[in-house]
Design a protein around this ligand. Structure first.
Ligand SMILES: [Zn+2]
Length: 259
């Protein structure tokens, strides 16, 4: 009797915990595919500046690095000048999963980034936040230095790898404020790729909906019957007539309902 009661209480706690996790993951604005993995958050004091004290910043505050490994389409391991190894997550873009689970076009995106960047010399540009919760450096990856803090659009198109992934349809826009320096242009590049059905945009879309629900906080959008969409607080709710409208507003498709 007593034992049963304890077991019942434990079960309820477990269920609550599971529900809490499941309800939380898709809408945090975090990088998809990292939800289940427990990673140690970086201690504040561990934070290492991209630019060492005393070192002169380049014209755009760029830091040179060499790519030692491509983890997947949007994540790299690089070696910095001081010999230190760092993981870099590209800002503003998201390629389909290719590691823990495989999403359509994930392998292609991963192979493309590997073919372009493995072993290559690159230049990292940071935005407002230097690192994400996992301690990865957040960066725009330049194949050649842009030659100024405010590069022209054609320079971005031809030299920045984040832009290249979007233009070729290997990535979708993923806007995580406050790192939004190139967010508007990224949405435009994504639209071009989509209109030309490049890469992942050539894949067939599962059935269209009469409308979609956007979450202004997480910047994700959902099918009307998605539980995460329905859980969106009324104040954050944005209605889109089509998925194109949501994509052009810079919203990212939900990982669960795949709108
Ligand atoms: Zn959804």
């Amino acid at each position: 009797m007593h034992k049963t009661k304890v077991v019942a209480v434990l079960l309820v706690i477990l269920m609550l915990l599971a529900a809490g996790c499941a309800g939380h993951t898709p809408d945090t604005g975090q990088v998809p595919g990292t939800g289940g993995k427990v990673q140690k958050p970086p201690a504040q004091s561990q934070s290492v500046s991209l630019v060492e004290p005393g070192e002169k910043k380049g014209p755009a505050g760029l830091v040179a690095a060499t790519v030692t490994r491509v983890v997947d389409g949007d994540t790299l391991v690089v070696r910095l000048k001081d010999g230190k190894s760092e993981t870099v997550r590209l800002i503003g873009v998201n390629t389909p999963e290719s590691t823990r689970e495989v999403e359509p076009y994930g392998k292609e995106a991963s192979a493309y980034t590997r073919s372009r960047l493995d072993g290559r010399r690159i230049w990292l540009e940071r935005d407002v936040q230097e690192r994400d919760h996992y301690g990865r450096i957040l960066a725009y990856v330049w194949l050649e230095p842009p030659g100024g803090v405010d590069p022209a659009e054609d320079v971005i198109r031809s030299r920045m790898f984040n832009a290249e992934l979007l233009l070729k349809g290997y990535a979708q826009v993923m806007t995580v404020p406050p790192n939004v320096k190139y967010a508007d242009l990224f949405v435009q590049l994504q639209r071009e790729a989509r209109e030309k059905k490049r890469g992942l945009w050539g894949l067939k879309v599962k059935e269209r909906e009469p409308y979609y629900i956007g979450n202004a906080r997480s910047r994700k959008f959902h099918r009307p019957d998605c539980e995460y969409g329905r859980q969106t607080a009324p104040g954050n709710r944005v209605r889109f007539a089509t998925r194109e409208e949501a994509l052009d507003a810079g919203y990212e498709p939900c990982n669960a309902c795949k709108p």
